[in-house]
Write a protein that binds this ligand. Structure first.
Ligand code: GLY
Length: 356
């Protein structure tokens, strides 16, 4: 088994990566919640039939009294009414602050269950058991929890670190190919922003089969980078912003497709390509945009998405009070190294229009 430690003072936790780890969930969770009697296990309607039985069996075998909470699969579940449903359900179950919550599923389940746990009774410990590539390499690590509001995604939330992250790469075998590749956009992002060798390693594995043959190394490398970034900037006021490479423009593409035409990963893939092309006039070496486009298109991810000026304006915040202010856009100084570049929003908009 591979173990990475997120060493935050007073909030230290391990990320465990191993095939077959779901069936050891009980002993692993027991080790971090030695006194807990009850465990609320939150999952979604896709994951429940696939993985809840082995996880619940293992948890029950180590003495946890478990209750399963199933939310409908999909982003729509990250909403205030599902949050209240979980809070009420936790209280009906008799959860106390010495008990725990386990989030079993992808990013939606992790964000929602994490937020519910962090806010019920002013904080009940929780563990993340991510089952998608996107949640394994990104959302389960780092303590961001949230729900969506009408005004936008992830607008209500808190930073609250989990007690443990359990990652079983075998859960990736049941992901539909587009969902797997969605996660690959974030994986490629880590190569772009932090590790040139890792980028080229990924570019040499342009199929799911080739990637799965090295999946432990891939998960380890991504989580190691994320762990280092989070340890330096837990609350997202500095270095952590580099994790947003491709995300500002990706947000514009998500808006352009009304959140249905393009998945998050597809929008981020096109957003990274646009940021690299735009960066080529601001210091990104000229070969970098082509390298990123080649790696992403080999994985079947889009490298260009058309987008209206108003969607770009909304994504960079030019439609709101911030008009005229600067934006910190994450650009690549070289392959494997990212940093924020301050630009007036109006100038960014002009540059983006010129790229179309
Ligand atoms: N997903 C970006 C972050 O955790 O900061």
């Amino acid at each position: 088994m591979t173990t990475l430690t997120v060493a935050l003072p007073g909030r230290e936790y391990d990320i465990l990566i191993q095939r077959g780890l779901l069936s050891q969930a009980g002993e692993r969770v027991r080790a971090v919640l030695p006194k807990a009697r009850k465990l609320a296990v939150v999952t979604d309607s896709h994951v429940e039939p696939l993985y809840s039985a082995p996880v619940l069996d293992s948890l029950s075998a180590t003495g946890f009294d478990c209750r399963l909470f199933v939310v409908p699969a999909g982003e729509e579940s990250k909403n205030p009414s599902q949050l209240v449903r979980l809070w009420e359900g936790f209280m009906d179950f008799g959860l106390t602050r010495t008990d725990g919550v386990a989030a079993l599923g992808g990013g939606v389940v992790g964000d929602l269950a994490g937020f519910a746990a962090a806010t019920i009774l002013r904080g009940v410990p929780f563990v993340q058991i991510p089952t998608t590539l996107l949640s394994q390499v990104d959302s389960s690590v780092g303590g961001k929890t949230a729900i969506d509001l009408k005004a936008g995604k992830n607008l209500a939330g808190v930073f609250c670190q989990p007690k443990l992250v359990l990652m079983d790469p075998e859960t990736l075998d049941t992901l539909p190919l587009p969902v797997f590749m969605d996660g690959m956009a974030e994986v490629v992002k880590y190569g772009c922003i932090w590790d040139e060798d890792f980028f080229h390693f990924l570019a040499g594995r342009p199929s799911r089969q080739a990637l799965m043959a090295d999946i432990e190394h891939i998960l380890y490398t991504c989580c190691d980078i994320k762990r280092k970034v989070v340890m330096e900037d837990e609350l997202d006021t500095g270095l952590r912003m580099i994790l947003n490479f491709g995300h500002t423009l990706g947000h514009a593409y998500e808006l352009a497709g009304h959140y249905v035409e393009w998945t998050h990963g597809q929008a981020v893939a096109a957003g990274m390509c646009a940021a690299a092309r735009l960066g080529a006039r601001l210091g990104t070496p000229p070969e970098v945009p082509e390298q990123i486009e080649a790696a992403l298109s080999a994985l079947g991810l889009p490298t260009r998405i058309s987008c209206s000026k108003s969607d770009y304006a909304a994504a960079v915040g030019l439609d709101k009070k911030g008009a005229g202010a600067d934006i910190a856009l994450i650009l690549l100084d070289q392959m494997g190294h990212a940093s924020p570049h301050k630009l007036p929003k109006a100038e960014l908009l002009k540059r983006l229009e010129a790229l179309q």
